[in-house]
Design a protein around this ligand. Structure first.
Ligand code: PMP
Length: 292
């Protein structure tokens, strides 16, 4: 079956979904994006993802040529058009074509692109046994240079982390901020558990305000795990009872080893396992329905 890409108001086939080489998203990483999951016809946390998209746009003074409501409608249409029930949405808004200069005023019209696809996720075994991970030397962008809260197309910082993860033979790695506090992974937020308390770095340390992160904080509050947004160091990660990453693609994935230190029992711990179960119980409910 053909894969339909939404491109500036039209659905076009994958091979014909092309943008200009003068697009400033391509030339300069000037733009923003979202990654969203669809679970059994439910666009999970659709509003929260769109809120983050419009906030990122406001921060970089990018005009999205669609209202919030229209954007939600085209997400729904994109899933329907591709006849998917489960998948991943990549929503990109670039500054659009301009000239070779930096000046965004020369790019009067943003490009809006929606790609929906099946998602290759970690095997179920990884959720039980946990991932091996390492810390890397690449530091998180400092918030007063490029705020990690902006989900921009400038992902070089994260790509450098991914390269180090690849070299170490792991799927995800831990990035510190410039002061040595744990920030996040290349494309996931990080949590640790110590003596029944769940910790995650506050976003000012240098982390994206992950939608999954927020969902997990909410679940902790609901099921009664104390949860704290507090800066912590690699030492705290090494001696944690449990460590896990959260992200749209990864969901809630346990970590069994960090820099050759075995975490807890060396497999997904009880709180991580419980949080994953609670998370999966809401993914088909909390969001916008595509087929009703
Ligand atoms: N941090 C970064 C840098 C990311 O790219 C992502 C993926 N969007 C996350 C964290 C996790 O965020 P979310 O739960 O919204 O997918």
């Amino acid at each position: 079956m053909a894969q339909w890409i939404y491109l500036n108001g039209e659905f076009v086939e994958k091979d014909k979904a092309l943008v200009s080489v003068y697009d400033h998203g391509f030339l300069y990483g000037d733009g923003i994006f979202e990654g969203i999951r669809v679970y059994n016809g439910n666009i999970f946390k659709c509003k929260e993802h769109l809120d983050r998209l419009y906030d990122s746009a406001k921060s970089i003074m990018l005009d999205i040529p669609l209202s919030f409501g229209d954007m939600q409608n085209v997400l729904v249409e994109s899933i329907r058009k591709n006849e998917l029930r489960d998948g991943y949405i990549r929503l990109v808004v670039s500054r659009g074509p301009g000239d070779l200069g930096l000046d965004p005023r020369r790019s009067p019209k943003a490009n809006v692109i929606i790609i929906v696809e099946q998602l290759a996720i970690y095997p179920e075994e990884a959720y039980l046994n946990g991932l091996k991970t390492v810390s890397v030397s690449t530091r998180r962008n400092i918030p007063d240079a490029l705020n990690p809260k902006i989900k921009s197309l400038n992902y070089l910082n994260n790509i450098l982390v991914k390269i180090q993860a690849n070299l170490a033979g792991v799927g995800e790695a831990i990035m510190l901020n410039s002061q040595g506090y744990v920030a996040e992974g290349s494309s996931d937020n990080i949590f640790i558990v110590k003596r029944g308390v769940v910790y995650t770095p506050p976003c000012y340390v240098g982390a994206l305000e992950g939608i999954t992160r927020a969902a997990i904080i909410e679940i902790c509050q609901k099921v009664g795990y104390p949860v704290k947004e507090e800066p912590f160091t690699l030492h705290d990660v090494y001696v944690a009872d449990e460590v896990f990453f959260t992200g749209t693609a990864a969901e809630v994935i346990a970590v069994r080893e960090v820099d050759a230190r075995i975490i807890g029992s060396g497999a997904a711990g009880p709180i991580t396992t419980h949080l994953l179960k609670e998370f999966r119980s809401v993914v088909e409910i909390d969001g916008v329905k595509v087929y009703e």
